[in-house]
Write a protein that binds this ligand. Structure first.
Ligand code: HEC
Length: 91
């Protein structure tokens, strides 16, 4: 899985690292989060997400807990993916 992703990125050198990549975020989600949060995403919710800071905190919390060792780009991708698909938060 990880190797495929790296290959994919290597084949698209024009892809900017600064731009969140939603389809990459989906891959990461499917790989690491869907077994608990289902697909499409379901709130397991104690706490409702009301802004992007909260959302990114929870994503970091889940990542930290499962020691996924993601980089900054991975976080941007998955935050963008979850937000554009489900949360639709503006700030
Ligand atoms: C082993 C199961 C499990 C996995 C894997 C998991 N989570 Fe969670 N996650 C939970 C539970 C349980 C909660 C609810 C607890 C809470 O709200 O503090 C939660 C809460 C959240 C929330 C806050 C909204 C809510 O549903 O309450 C977000 C956002 C979230 N997870 C994102 C992620 C992401 C992104 C990943 C992949 C890196 C991930 N989770 C992986 C179990 C999991």
């Amino acid at each position: 899985m990880k190797t495929n992703k790296l290959l994919f990125i290597a084949l698209l050198p024009s892809l900017s690292w600064a731009v969140p990549n939603v389809s990459d975020g989906k891959l990461l989600y499917d790989e690491s989060c869907a077994r608990c949060h289902q697909n499409p995403y379901q709130d397991l919710g104690w706490s409702e997400m009301t802004n992007l800071i909260e959302l990114s905190h929870m994503i970091h919390a889940c990542d930290g807990y499962f020691q996924l060792d993601w980089n900054k780009q991975d976080f941007e991708d998955i935050t963008e993916y979850l937000n554009s698909e489900f949360f639709k938060l503006d700030n």
